[in-house]
Ligand binder design. Structure first.
Ligand SMILES: *[C@@H]1O[C@H](CO)[C@@H](O)[C@H](O)[C@H]1NC(C)=O
Ligand SMILES: *[C@@H]1O[C@H](CO)[C@@H](O)[C@H](O)[C@H]1NC(C)=O
Ligand SMILES: *[C@@H]1O[C@H](CO)[C@@H](O)[C@H](O)[C@H]1NC(C)=O
Ligand SMILES: *[C@@H]1O[C@H](CO)[C@@H](O)[C@H](O)[C@H]1NC(C)=O
Ligand SMILES: *[C@@H]1O[C@H](CO)[C@@H](O)[C@H](O)[C@H]1NC(C)=O
Ligand SMILES: *[C@@H]1O[C@H](CO)[C@@H](O)[C@H](O)[C@H]1NC(C)=O
Ligand SMILES: [Zn+2]
Length: 926
């Protein structure tokens, strides 16, 4: 089909179908609520299949398995046969193929791998090898994470295409013909394991100007009857060749790609295909006149294959594509934080999915799915989580009713998982006593613990090593006896509660849970116990524990003033406070861009302090020491240090953000330290590897900085740090947030945003969240964990800490006494895994097999001890599972490892541009 001596123009018919955005995923599927946006995916697939059958040359690619799966289930078996045929003949091709096209800035790698696995599994089981996508296709996400590229490489993709990158970066890449490159996406995996060929689409994902033939477009159709009016074939051909010539100037090969489609297009596919047929016919007819241009229906994998055949070398890239700006004052760095409550709910739902649905389904065996508590399933939660990874879901860039729909799906998933858990734990413990789930512990509400004189707590630990974890329970009594599984009593403390719940007090104790297993604590009310620890109304000058930390507070302001690590004998100055940026209303000379769901655009680079001083109270008990700080009626914080903790907890509460300025605010906390950072700081990529960042700098081009704050924000998914030769301060977050290091020694994190203007990127709604319990504006609470270490060993502390926040222990409760035969302790592992190994996935695959993912969780340079290779004996891993055989798969589990063959690509060495043959205008015209 391609012509070696011509310029080949690959036309790629495609549709971009958001798995929820202005409408919910199901509304988009059915074409419901067309008053909001005209879009109906079922009609798109109907229409495209119909049109593909009319001409064997026609091609179409489909991307989002969440939609395709919905459609497939409704087709007759003869239609399914027809579609299989189209797939086998390469006329309908799946690209990307995950459940959705995930967001790259706010997702965690474990959830991304899961959603890709789900979509690709469906494609494999339905279509076999011909259904396996060869290219990853992220045409819309608003910036691109290195970890995503690394995952795609490990999932066996041959290449990756996307549409959005910084406008300055694009301009430079066009000039140097580097829109096609080799992304080396890991500094730890040996090349080419994480190498991914990456192509930047020349026109975003839209058709070239003047060539949109969808029913939603207004471009002129090809009018090719010379007897009729407005014959325009010559004009169309001329315009098309001009566009092709423009594109070829920015490439090295005699192949160019044109995306022919856009958002929810092809609902009436006849319009597109009829005109594309004609376009191909009339342009290729010019070959008779010596024009060496060959236009063809194509797909990204066909295009990629041609590029591969050229044997060229490609520019190498090691960093990522954040932040994304489409103009000087238009940085898409607000969505790193938008909808912080949804972002947290998504993260904790991932934890619940892994723990409740996946691990406990495996460990409990078949009784988990059908047992004393009924029929449970993990599918509901898996689908809800997969949909939530979409680039308008966890990103926070959807309309409010759609955000509500994502949350509702997750909540529904929780319900189904809870049945699994009850069944599984009943099987493992031998007790069918009713299990209570306190889903509102986050706001200190749990009717069982508040009202019971005696109850037990089952603590399930999803990590493959033992954990120590503080438990805080709302209670009404003043003293309790807490005993562990051996009947030994453990230190506990009741303190006066600051919660919004009904309980008056809070019971705090440390639990220790075995790897991949549970233990049980029993709690009984002590009659006539001592009164609860009460608060002191002066600020203590310091809080500390014996293990590591020592914090001082400034007695005049009530703010933190220093942090020490007693073990390593380090001390830094550390001031922490809360500030807000005044949002731009779009009304100024430089640009009319306001801040909104996507875009962060403060109208001044100096944030306003919420209060220079904090009103404080403190509680000091042997189990926990707290300093409670009030900054304003809408900003408060608890600085908390547990007895055995290596990290300091900052539990912030922000909201309702005042909107009396009719504008909105973006609230940050800032840590100002004595660490000498020389503009460098570090953020993680999708919760996995860490990248170095530098203020006002990009590694691959000469940045012209136009937004000194927003242009220096990066996504933080689970941790960020600043360091110098002596000290490293790491902040572990409980959800994805945006942040930056604007000044030397400083790290700021955006916590909450409320904005009354829409930022004109399509969502057409201000980011003005309220909810039933917070009608005046959403109140959000979260935690930051701070640790101070020597740079050489910091990762040994913060990598496991970040995993503990991502995969949290699951607490379940039983009222009264447990049956004496209840098994109080259980571990699914024969021994804890080495610290370098993270058990990423343990989930039921089919009746007789489970999917296991073990991950080396340290980067090659991070740790003297833990970065070393490790060996794990799978035969001796589990206590309840017999390993009869093991087959190794790629990362997305849709290909056997030994069958995985990817294209190999050669990076260019040094500045090799000049040696390459460059197609020129002559190339087209000769
Ligand atoms: C690329 O290299 C292969 C093997 O060296 C060779 O057979 C092929 O002709 C080359 N292709 C081009 C377009 O140079
Ligand atoms: C607390 O968690 C529940 C889910 O268990 C969630 O529905 C609720 O919104 C959360 N509340 C707050 C204030 O974050
Ligand atoms: C706990 O005590 C409070 C205040 O005395 C009371 O309002 C509440 O009903 C009690 N809760 C339970 C569950 O007993
Ligand atoms: C915030 O910005 C608006 C215009 O965007 C301006 O009118 C207002 O005075 C600013 N507020 C403060 C406190 O500077
Ligand atoms: C924001 O929400 C508040 C509270 O519901 C409401 O009073 C206000 O009108 C909203 N403003 C905008 C611009 O949506
Ligand atoms: C792909 O699907 C086929 C058909 O169901 C199955 O036999 C094969 O094991 C699957 N491949 C992988 C890698 O799971
Ligand atoms: Zn999209």
């Amino acid at each position: 089909l391609c012509q070696p001596d011509m310029l080949n123009v690959h036309l790629v018919p495609h549709t971009h179908d958001d798995v929820g955005w202005l409408k919910t995923v199901d509304q988009y599927f059915y074409g419901d609520r067309n008053d909001i946006q005209h879009a109906g995916v079922q009609y798109i697939l109907d229409s495209v299949v119909d049109q593909l059958l009319k001409n064997p040359d026609r091609r179409f690619i489909y991307v989002e398995t969440a939609f395709f799966y919905r459609w497939w289930r409704q087709q007759s078996s003869s239609m399914q046969q027809t579609v299989k045929q189209l797939v086998n003949e390469g006329r309908l091709e799946f690209v990307n193929g995950g459940w959705c096209m995930s967001d790259e800035a706010t997702t965690h790698y474990s959830a991304v791998i899961d959603q890709m696995t789900m979509g690709l599994r469906f494609l494999n089981e339905t279509f076999g090898p011909c259904g396996r996508p060869r290219v990853a296709w992220h045409i819309d996400p608003f910036g691109h994470a290195r970890e995503h590229a690394s995952m795609f490489a490990q999932m066996g993709y041959d290449g990756f295409f996307f549409g959005r990158l910084d406008y300055q970066d694009r301009a430079r890449r066009m000039m140097y013909r580097e829109q096609e490159l080799l992304w080396r996406a890991s500094d730890s995996l040996t090349p080419p394991m994480a190498d991914l060929f990456t192509g930047i689409l020349p026109n975003g994902y839209n058709p070239p100007e003047g060539f949109c033939w969808d029913q939603s477009c207004d471009d002129a159709p090809i009018r090719d009857d010379p007897d009729l009016e407005d014959y325009n074939v010559d004009d169309v051909v001329k315009r098309f060749l001009a566009i092709a010539e423009g594109q070829v100037r920015n490439t090295y090969t005699n192949h160019i790609i044109m995306t022919m489609g856009s958002d929810f297009q092809y609902e009436n596919a006849n319009l597109w295909y009829k005109n594309l047929d004609k376009l191909i016919h009339y342009v290729n007819a010019q070959q008779a006149n010596g024009i060496k241009v060959n236009v063809l229906y194509s797909t990204p994998s066909c295009y990629l294959q041609e590029l591969h055949r050229t044997n060229l070398t490609w520019a190498l890239k090691n960093d990522d594509f954040f932040p994304y700006a489409d103009d000087a004052h238009d940085f898409w760095t607000g969505y790193f934080t938008s909808r912080p409550a949804l972002k947290r709910y998504e993260r904790i739902s991932n934890s619940n999915l892994q723990v409740m649905c996946n691990q406990l389904e495996v460990l409990g065996g078949p009784v988990s799915r059908r047992g004393p508590f009924g029929v449970g399933d993990s599918k509901t939660m898996k689908e809800a989580m997969a949909v939530a990874q979409h680039h308008d879901a966890v990103s926070g860039t959807e309309k409010q009713h759609v955000a509500n729909d994502y949350a509702r799906r997750l909540a529904n998933g929780w319900q189904h998982c809870q049945v699994l858990v009850s069944n599984s734990l009943a099987g493992l413990s031998g007790s069918t006593a009713e299990r209570i789930y306190c889903d509102n512990l986050n706001i200190s509400v749990c009717p069982l613990t508040e009202s019971s004189k005696k109850f037990s707590v089952n603590v399930y630990n999803p990590l493959a090593r033992p954990v120590t974890w503080p438990v805080r329970l709302p209670v009404n009594g003043t003293a309790y006896v807490v005993s562990d599984a051996n009947g030994k009593s453990v230190d506990s403390q009741v303190s006066f509660c600051v919660s919004r719940g009904f309980a008056v007090n809070e019971l705090v104790f440390q639990v220790q849970a075995p790897p991949l297993g549970y233990t049980t604590y029993s709690v009984s009310l002590l009659q006539n116990g001592p009164p609860p620890a009460s608060t002191q109304h002066h600020t203590p000058t310091a809080i500390k524990n014996k293990v590591l930390n020592h914090m001082t507070f400034d007695p005049d302001t009530g703010l933190l003033s220093s942090l020490s690590n007693l073990e390593t004998k380090q001390t830094i100055k550390l001031t922490q406070n809360f500030y807000w940026y005044n949002a731009s209303d779009g009304n100024n000379v430089e640009s009319i861009q306001p801040s909104g769901a996507y875009i962060f655009r403060p109208n001044s680079s100096t944030p306003f302090v919420i209060s220079k001083t904090a009103k404080t109270e403190s509680i000091q008990t042997p189990a926990v020491q707290e300093v409670r700080q009030w900054f304003s009626p809408w900003v408060s914080q608890v600085v908390r240090l547990y007895a055995d903790s290596r990290a300091l907890e900052l539990e912030w509460t922000v909201g309702p953000v005042p909107i009396d300025d009719d504008l909105g605010k973006e609230v940050i906390t800032r840590l100002d330290t004595s660490i000498q950072t020389a503009q460098y700081f570090y953020t993680d990529s999708n919760g996995r590897e860490v990248l170095q960042r530098k203020t006002d700098f990009r590694p691959t081009w000469n940045l012209k900085q136009s937004e000194p704050i927003a242009g220096n924000y990066y996504p933080i998914n689970s941790r960020a740090f600043i360091k110098d030769d002596d000290d490293q301060l790491t902040v572990v977050t409980d959800r994805s947030q945006g942040g930056g290091s604007i000044n030397n020694g400083s790290l700021e994190i955006m916590l909450h945003r409320r904005l009354l203007y829409d930022d004109v990127r399509g969502v057409a709604e201000p980011l003005n969240e309220t909810s039933g319990i917070f009608p005046k504006g959403l109140v959000v609470r979260g935690r930051l964990l701070l640790s101070l270490d020597r740079p050489a060993s910091a990762a040994d502390a913060h990598r496991p800490l970040a995993q503990e926040v991502v995969l949290q222990p699951l607490l379940t409760f039983t009222g009264g006494d447990l049956h004496p035969n209840t098994r109080l302790e259980f571990s699914g592992l024969q021994a804890a895994l080495p610290p370098a190994v993270h058990l990423l996935t343990l989930s039921q695959w089919d009746k007789d097999s489970v999917l296991l993912r073990l991950e080396h969780q340290f980067q090659s340079w991070e740790s003297k001890v833990n970065s070393q290779p490790v060996t794990v004996n799978l035969q001796k891993l589990f206590t309840t599972l017999d390993v009869l055989g093991v087959s190794e798969l790629n990362l997305s589990a849709n290909q056997w490892k030994d069958e995985m063959k990817r294209f190999s690509w050669t990076p260019e060495s040094g500045t090799a541009h000049l040696h390459l043959s460059v197609p020129s205008l002559q190339h087209i015209r000769t």
